[in-house]
Design a binder for this molecule. Structure first.
Ligand code: FAD
Length: 393
């Protein structure tokens, strides 16, 4: 515990760090890991082939692992299927290289989204109700990990995100609202870097994958603010999940597989109704206090515009798998923002979520939970190891 305290500097900021660590390790992490393997949560609808609106020459990554492996039709849960099935060759059932013509069922929505509304997320750039060119991806077949995507293309996206859309005002700027977007994106960036380092191609010739602790240390662990922002983003999304729990408890998790669907429903209830989650430590902020001052509405509008712009930048990510997870996680954050900031409790505007928003929210929380666990497990020992013995590849 002392190591962790020294190393992250988190504890002074948040009195409940240790409670959250144990809540994550004992409850959230195992439950979320199981939940995201269920049929309802493992298919994500995404527009992957899109033009980058900002730079015409968006780069490509170098590894096959960048390519998204789409869902063979035989894998779709029954209600996801279109009435117009095309015949499949057996070689369609292996990983595709992310070609637009790959076997993807794009006529699924009216059935697949039964019981769920069709609505656009006000925080993201893609129109979620526009089903043209949407692809269904099995997230379990496309884990977020090292892809080799780096260099100027990746760099200019992160640069554009930070410099144009969420500058860090922490030095001197006191308005909580102004720094919120920076903290959320920085926390997400930390999580992406941790997943890259946790599942890294250590040796290309032998195709050996494993943890690159040096990289994890260099990119995240040695920066207390990046660790803190990861923690903040995790709590933010958790807060949204808690706020939406009544809605999510009653939702239908229908994929046509009765046994699996019942299990999904039960796992969701276990997650949402867990007394430890209900009693979870004080929140890292109180959303009801935001956007209240005179400039509140204006700040909120600006925040929403900047977030949308970041969401649009995902179309410029020059590696399909990174784009997939970038879009999913930005939609997950957009969903958390919608739950926390677009639902007016006083005017009783009811919360309505689209199926894809729930899938994104839960998968994002699962990713953050894994990152948070890794930071707590590896962080303290990484610092000791970094006494010169290991370094990033
Ligand atoms: P980068 O991670 O590119 O960081 C750029 C700069 O941002 C750093 O120099 C630093 O100044 C700042 N910075 C870094 N971390 C933080 C933080 N947490 N908070 C604040 N500032 C920070 N690559 C993969 O291999 N797999 C993926 O799944 C993947 N997904 C991606 C998704 C998106 C949306 C993007 C834009 C890129 C993705 N990449 C992925 C690429 C990856 O994020 C890095 O850009 C790449 O590995 C090169 O890393 P880097 O060391 O140059 O630093």
């Amino acid at each position: 515990a002392q190591d962790l305290q020294k190393y992250t500097g988190i504890v002074e900021d948040c009195c409940c760090h240790y409670e959250t660590v144990s809540l994550n390790e004992e409850v959230l992490h195992p439950q979320l890991q199981e939940l995201v393997t269920m049929p309802f949560f493992r298919y994500f609808k995404v527009k992957l082939w899109c033009n980058c609106p900002f730079w015409p020459d968006d780069g490509m990554c170098k590894l096959r692992d960048c390519s998204v492996c789409e869902c063979p039709e035989s894998e779709f849960p029954e209600p996801f299927k279109s009435p117009f099935k095309c015949s499949l060759q057996s070689d369609n059932l292996v990983c595709q290289e992310g070609k637009p013509q790959a076997t993807v069922d794009r006529t699924l929505d009216s059935k697949a989204f039964r019981g769920w509304i069709e609505t656009d997320n006000p925080w993201t750039n893609d129109d979620e109700t526009d089903n043209a060119e949407m692809t269904y991806v099995n997230l379990q077949l496309n884990p977020e990990r090292y892809t080799g995507y780096a260099g100027p293309s990746a760099r200019r996206i992160w640069d554009a995100i930070y410099s144009e859309n969420c500058p860090n005002y922490s030095h001197g700027e006191t308005l909580q609202e102004k720094n919120l977007l920076y903290k959320l994106i920085s926390g997400l960036h930390s999580s992406i870097s941790i997943h890259i380092a946790a599942d890294y191609l250590l040796d290309e010739t032998t195709n050996l994958w494993g943890q690159n602790i040096g990289l994890m240390h260099d990119r995240v662990l040695r920066y207390p603010d990046r660790v803190r922002n990861l923690y903040f983003t995790f709590l933010f999304v958790l807060r949204a999940l808690r706020k939406a729990s009544a809605y999510l408890e009653q939702a239908e998790y229908n994929t046509g597989n009765h046994a699996e669907d019942l299990k999904t429903q039960s796992l969701m209830r276990q997650l949402l109704c867990n007394p430890k989650l209900q009693a979870a430590c004080p929140l890292s902020f109180d959303e009801a206090k935001l956007w209240q001052g005179q400039s509140g509405p204006e700040l909120k509008q600006q925040f929403q515009k900047q977030f949308k712009h970041i969401s649009a930048l995902m179309d410029c990510v020059g590696c399909e798998k990174c784009r997939l997870w970038g879009k999913l996680q930005i939609l997950g954050l957009g969903t958390a923002l919608k739950i926390l900031f677009s639902v007016d409790d006083q005017n009783h505007t009811p919360l309505q979520l689209q199926r894809n928003e729930v899938i994104a929210l839960v998968n994002l929380l699962s990713r953050l939970s894994v990152s948070f666990k890794l930071v707590n497990e590896i962080g303290p020992s990484a610092e000791k190891l970094m006494g010169g013995q290991i370094s990033a590849a």
